[in-house]
Design a protein. Structure first.
Length: 440
């Protein structure tokens, strides 16, 4: 499922970045008393209770912009954030009351038509909490007294956010279908591949990098199997994305990776594997999604002097964190490799979603421990009592053990390799969870 997006909106210097840092759990946004410090958005995955979401910080909305030259760009970014958001935290300063800039920002929020919660920030004392009632005049609902700096009132604020947000479900087009995200750097040929796979010109294909600004969905029937393809905007290296629309596109691209079952990582044969390709592979790995690597523009391989076997080996060496990832060579513009890519996607999805019998898992685990016993640390020795596959998509294995903290990373990887050797899981991540049990 995609992560819901929660945007923090308000005029400058009301504490938006402090609130963002509080929700993110670490100092990410720059905090300053100078109005307008945040000119661009910052976003990060966050958790509140059982909820995971993307929290987005934005530039302040001003009635008299201190930087007239940049104001149009800043305002455009805020409007994009409002469009992308699933819920809005409208932040005000209780010490200043309702200002003209608050009214301007509130007008923008009302036009967005999204669920809104008002955060009356800097309510550090009881007397300041009594000052929140003035903000009813904004017409955005009940204000919540908080102090982002002192971490008070945040729990009630976030509870209200998630209560007002509608149930976050996948779009109807994606129901009962295999969701496949097509991800990669700008201009790697993702949209051309998307069109070749779906047989329609739904995505704009252009030699200009960054043409695709948002995720595009297309439902496709392949030999009786429903597939929802998600074409995404290209992800550039952090810090290299242009201000405005492109940076906000990255939010939805990461969301599409979170929402898919299989991510198709598109590489450009003319540039081969770059550090940014590995970075995008890291997003896929962090999201625990199955993966297929596509080397696109392979029609240029002869003039580039590329060999399939050597190229595949180089790719696997650069993506060792995605074990046994299948590699497909394509030319989206000429239609090469499409007949191979679709069956590969289905095969990888099958590996991602398969369930192994409990008895077979136990046999493999205990045979592996028999061949290579668990090492101890001093007089303490770990012991695994049970190993089962607890869920699919991604395949997750639960181990009940004594002293699980003593089971070294290398031994956990050994057990994972044994599971892969016996059961496959091609292109699929394996989650390995170890929980403690004491001897009776």
């Amino acid at each position: 499922m995609a992560l819901p997006v929660v945007a923090i909106i308000g005029r400058p210097n009301v504490g938006k970045s402090t609130l963002f840092n509080r929700l993110a759990g670490r100092r990410i946004a720059i905090v300053s008393d100078i109005p307008g410090t945040t000119r661009d958005r910052v976003s990060i995955d966050a958790e509140w209770g059982r909820h995971r979401y993307l929290i987005v910080d934005t530039a302040g909305v001003e009635d008299r912009p201190h930087d007239e030259l940049m104001w149009d760009d800043i305002k455009a970014q805020v409007e994009i954030a409002l469009h992308q958001a699933d819920a809005i935290i409208f932040t005000v300063d209780v010490n200043d009351g309702v200002t003209d800039a608050d009214q301007d920002a509130a007008d923008m929020v009302r036009r967005a038509g999204k669920p809104v919660v008002v955060a009356a920030n800097k309510a550090d004392t009881l007397s300041r909490e009594d000052m929140i009632y003035e903000f009813f005049a904004l017409g955005l609902g009940d204000p919540h007294p908080i102090s982002a700096y002192h971490d008070t009132g945040i729990g009630d604020l976030m509870q209200s956010v998630f209560e007002q947000m509608p149930p976050f479900e996948d779009e109807p087009i994606g129901k009962n279908s295999i969701r496949v995200a097509i991800a990669g750097r700008p201009n790697a040929g993702k949209s051309a591949l998307f069109n070749a796979l779906t047989g329609e010109e739904r995505a704009i294909v252009s030699p200009v990098a960054g043409t695709t600004r948002d995720t595009v969905d297309s439902l496709f029937d392949y030999e009786g199997t429903r597939i929802t393809f998600l074409d995404t905007a290209g992800l550039r290296r952090r810090g290299k994305a242009d201000p405005g629309i492109e940076k906000y596109s990255a939010i939805r691209t990461i969301g599409a990776i979170e929402r898919c079952y299989v991510a198709v990582l598109v590489l450009d044969a003319t540039e081969f594997v770059t550090a940014q390709d590995q970075h995008i592979g890291g997003y896929i790995d962090d999201a625990s999604r199955a993966c297929v690597v596509v080397i696109n523009k392979w029609d240029l391989s002869k003039e580039l002097g590329l060999d399939k076997a050597d190229s595949a080996e180089a790719v696997r060496n650069r993506f060792k964190f995605i074990p046994d990832v299948p590699i497909v060579f394509t030319s989206a513009t000429k239609g090469w490799g499409i007949d191979t890519l679709l069956p590969t996607i289905l095969e990888v999805y099958g590996e991602f979603s398969k369930q192994m019998p409990r008895a077979d898992v136990s046999r493999v685990i205990f045979d592996a421990m028999g061949e290579n016993p668990l090492p101890g640390v001093g007089t303490r020795r770990p012991r695994i009592y049970r190993g089962i596959q607890s869920r699919t998509s991604p395949p997750t294995f639960e181990f009940t053990a004594r002293n699980p903290e003593l089971i070294h990373f290398s031994y956990r990887r050994y057990l994972e390799n044994q599971l892969r050797e016996h059961f496959g899981f091609m292109g699929s991540p394996l989650r390995m969870n170890f929980q403690s049990r004491t001897d009776e």
